[in-house]
Ligand binder design. Sequence first.
Ligand SMILES: Cc1ncc(COP(=O)(O)O)c(C=O)c1O
Length: 399
Amino acid sequence: MPTNLAKRLDAVVPSATLAMTAKAAELRAAGRKVYAFGVGEPDFQTPEHIRAAAERAMGKSSHYTAVQGTVSLREAICLATERDRGWRPTPDMVTVSVGAKHALFNLAMVLCDPGDEVVIPAPYWVSYPEQVRLFDGVPKIVETSAAQGFRMTPEALDRAIGPRTKAVILCTPSNPSGAAYDQNELLALAEVLKQRDVWVVLDEIYGDLTYDGFQHVSLAKLAPELRERMVVVDGVSKTYAMTGWRIGWAISPPAVAKAMLKVQGQSTTNPAAIAQAAAEAALIGPRDPIAAMARAFAERRRRMVEGLNQIPGIRCDWPRGAFYAFPDVTGLYGIKWGDRRLESADDVTLWQLDVCGIAAVAGEPFGAPGHVRYSYAAAESEIDEALSVLGAAVASAQR
Ligand SMILES: Cc1ncc(COP(=O)(O)O)c(C=O)c1O
């Protein structure tokens, strides 16, 4: 039996967020109480009108659709982009994929030749660098700091772009930090991008989840002159509590959409027809259930951030968007755990899973050592209870 697998996988690490989810599921199966703050998905049920649309579609549709998605879904995406992001693409710019992760994967395949650099500000979503590596591209990581609100400055962006740079990925609001760029910050980044011949990939999957009056503004709206080399990635997973339906999309110049079509036509073909019908209903349907979920996230954010800040050794800034708290946990280093002491964020997450049953993801795989990502897409009672368990564990820990 041959055992030699493709070498391209050697440089790629598995998803840390999915690994923590699996570990938490194992503990739960063994009968432990587990507080699930590891996974980046809303705990809400997909709103009723969306599920009803899927049921109707099931009665009608059992065939392939167009590879790039149905015309009616792509039209709905264009309308929703105008409503929510302030600019109107055309359906020939839209490629619907099996989640935004798949859209980004296709895009990495379409953009990266071996050795091409892709600028990625840290902390970053775990999949960006790995997808680039899968196609022999080179992630060029730009460090940011908590003091800067984890936002990349125009100067740092300018310094990072070199002769081999093919693309820049910007995620706002960000997973894992919740950092988000305001209008002026985006305009300043746009000034740099306009001078440089690079693709701009804009991940706006958390664009509808912002807090305390902060408004997400799309760079595509602010800098229309960049649209000819911009790809906007978005999807229904987060805003509409539809992670399992697997619908995301890319909005790009038609030439890129054609290239993505070529890739998808030789791999997945279309995303599931039923899920496409559900996504269409999500985008054009009533907004009340969506607003109610966003309000719930705001309250959970308050509880999570306030609760974390009450624990000595943890310091958490207020995230502008998404549903993650991303505190500095270096103050917990030195806590005794068996015969060793905590000395990394990775240690902190393993310790708190073991001692408190709290599943969260260490900052290292996001490019931000010293931090832990707590998803607050969980019930308020779970957040309160978990933080009091964690507070008690820290208070009684030996140093
Ligand atoms: C920043 C970011 N982009 C894209 C995705 C992919 O979402 P999906 O594939 O569920 O559409 C995620 C999911 O965690 C994310 O956090």
